[in-house]
Design a protein around this ligand. Structure first.
Ligand code: PLP
Ligand code: ZN
Length: 413
């Protein structure tokens, strides 16, 4: 038995039986969320018990949907460091700037958490194969976790998806298809192909378990901050799994009495070329409208019609959050700045949070006293780098080369 009490629709509250394979709400088609018997969790585990457990996201097993004895399909995801960005903080005039470095997960992004959890549950509930629409990283992670589960996987990505993510899926033996369009087109195709194959559709938030994997970021953050919450949290937003998942973790811990106080202001960060949540937020809308012609070099942000638009906007309202769109140039600058100042080569999506922070600081929306967390969702190495100066090619005798090296380096000392 797990600690799950039921699975509930996030819009109409309809209850669903957690022992079956679930996708979206059977009554209204909206996103489902897992609910726990938190009193029982509280009597089964204490904050001190956690200290003795090995690292990884299943340290929080009682707050995951796993059945008793269910073996996770795992590559060691979770327990990523919370890094202090001291030099960037000083540069911005901030005192408490932290980064959850999700690039240190297996597969190089936080997609490992969600897909590890979703594939674990789907396999237990009888899935025979998986299909996923992706902007790249989710497809790569799905392919590797499916391989680890011993099940086949099909990945559909837009043309132009970073080669590293495609290679990741191919090397795991997945069938990879590229198409014209965006993840929205891929999602439509997967939605029709999966039922014909009898394979499980892993689309973002169209099943309840990826969210539970991403939620573990919030559980870890709470523990890493000594069972407290930051004042603001910046999240690079595509489908919104973490944007919805992190506050879900905080709410559950609050209900258990493990956390007190207000939720952090959640800031949704998007690219100017694809910002459906920012646009809806500014308009005061209840839900997002599809974004025409999405363009950005941050693939994970190229999600023109997120399924959970309504749930994301609700999080922003309930946490007194904000939504910020940043330019491609600002993303590239931020990526270089973070690497130079604090040694983190982060993904362009994640660098967008740094660009957004610059903007928020500029207009006084964050202050020096605020404790701020950036969710650095992936490692830089999975993407094409931003424009950089070329390496200096040297030739000649060793002595000639030494002279050139010394000359160049002595000028930068
Ligand atoms: C998928 C992805 C995102 C967006 O995450 P969502 O949970 O879909 O909003 C951000 N950054 C990276 C690196 C990603 O792979
Ligand atoms: Zn419903």
């Amino acid at each position: 038995m797990s600690f799950v009490s039921h699975v509930e629709c996030t819009v109409c509250d309809r209850r669903h039986d957690a022992k079956r394979v679930l996708t979206v709400c059977e009554a209204c088609g909206q996103m489902l969320a897992v609910r726990y018997d938190l009193e029982r969790v509280k009597s089964a585990v204490s904050r001190d018990d956690l200290k003795t457990r090995p690292p990884g996201m299943y340290r929080f097993r009682e707050l995951t949907p796993l059945d008793a004895g269910e073996q996770p399909v795992t590559l060691g995801e979770g327990s990523t460091p919370l890094l202090s960005l001291t030099r960037l903080a000083a540069h911005l005039g901030l005192r408490h700037l932290l980064a959850k470095d999700e690039g240190q997960n297996p597969t190089g992004t936080f997609k490992a958490r969600g897909l590890g959890m979703a594939i674990t549950r789907a396999r237990t509930l009888g899935a025979r194969g998986f299909v996923i629409p992706s902007a790249g990283n989710a497809g790569g992670a799905a392919a590797l976790y499916a391989a680890r589960a011993g099940l086949p996987c099909g990945v559909i990505v837009p043309r132009g998806t970073p080669p590293a993510a495609i290679a990741e899926a191919l090397i795991a033996g997945a069938h990879v298809f590229t198409i014209e369009g965006s993840i929205a087109t891929a999602g439509r195709i997967v939605g029709k192909a999966a039922p014909q194959l009898g394979w499980f559709d892993l689309s973002t938030l169209k099943e309840p378990y990826r969210l539970e994997g991403k939620k573990t970021m919030g559980l870890e953050l709470a523990e890493q901050l000594g069972w407290s919450m930051p004042d603001a949290l910046l999240y690079p937003t595509g489908g919104g799994t973490g944007l919805v998942g992190i506050p879900k973790a905080y709410e559950e811990l609050r209900a258990m009495g493990w956390l007190t106080g207000a939720l952090p202001r959640i800031v949704c960060v998007q690219a100017e070329g694809c910002a459906p949540v920012v646009k809806a937020w500014r308009a005061g809308a209840e839900t997002t409208a599809p974004w025409d012609n999405p363009v950005t070099d941050a693939p994970g942000l190229r999600v023109p019609s997120p399924f959970a638009g309504r749930q994301m906007l609700r999080v922003l309202r309930e946490t007194k959050g904000d939504a910020v769109a940043v330019s491609e140039a600002a993303i590239a600058d931020a990526q270089r700045l973070l690497a130079r100042l604090d040694g983190v080569w982060t993904a362009p999506e994640a660098a967008a949070t740094v660009a957004a922070l610059l903007e928020l600081k500029g207009r006084g929306a964050v202050s020096a006293a605020d404790r701020i967390v950036l969710v650095l969702t992936g490692a830089g190495i999975k993407n094409a780098p931003p424009p950089l100066p070329p390496a200096i090619d040297l030739s000649g005798t060793d002595d000639a080369i030494v002279a050139q090296v010394v000359h160049a380096l002595s000028r930068t000392a």
